[in-house]
Design a protein around this ligand. Structure first.
Ligand SMILES: [Fe+2]
Length: 141
């Protein structure tokens, strides 16, 4: 059973970014299910790989979108991405040392969703809606 279900409260009204954010919620749900089934150690490497991909591909895409739109808080936002990326590299390093990261990764994903997606990403939503020439309203789902 999913721990967290996507709804429009998470949406920033841009489909491509919402797709990135759905992936983070999916990772939290996958890890939560694995903990219940006691298979978390089997999937940890894949979770960390997917998190690495989010940082390396999704952050630059989001930043490019904000840069193109002339978002005034871009530097601040990039700094927040940099801190999250460092968090992922630190988890990876500890994983390679053989540490059990289950609950640290759960906490990391939870604060990524509640502090970054729901607060910092939400902050650019209305700015992008005002500046974008094309309709950005995403279909629910
Ligand atoms: Fe962001």
């Amino acid at each position: 059973m999913a721990l967290l279900k996507w709804d429009n409260n998470y949406s920033v009204s841009i489909d491509v970014i919402d797709a990135h954010h759905k992936k983070i919620i999916e990772l939290l749900n996958i890890l939560h299910d694995a903990i219940l089934q006691k298979t978390e150690h089997e999937i940890m490497e894949k979770i960390l790989e997917d998190l690495t991909a989010c940082v390396e591909q999704n952050f630059p895409e989001e930043e490019e979108l904000l840069r193109t739109a002339g978002y005034p808080h871009l530097e601040e936002h990039m700094e927040s991405h940099r801190i999250l990326a460092e968090g992922v590299w630190a988890l990876l390093a500890r994983y390679q040392e053989g540490e059990d990261l289950t609950y640290d990764v759960m906490n990391f994903l939870t604060s990524w969703i509640t502090e970054h997606i729901m607060q910092e990403d939400k902050r650019y939503e209305s700015f992008l809606q005002k500046t974008s020439p094309q309709p950005l309203v995403s279909s629910a789902g």
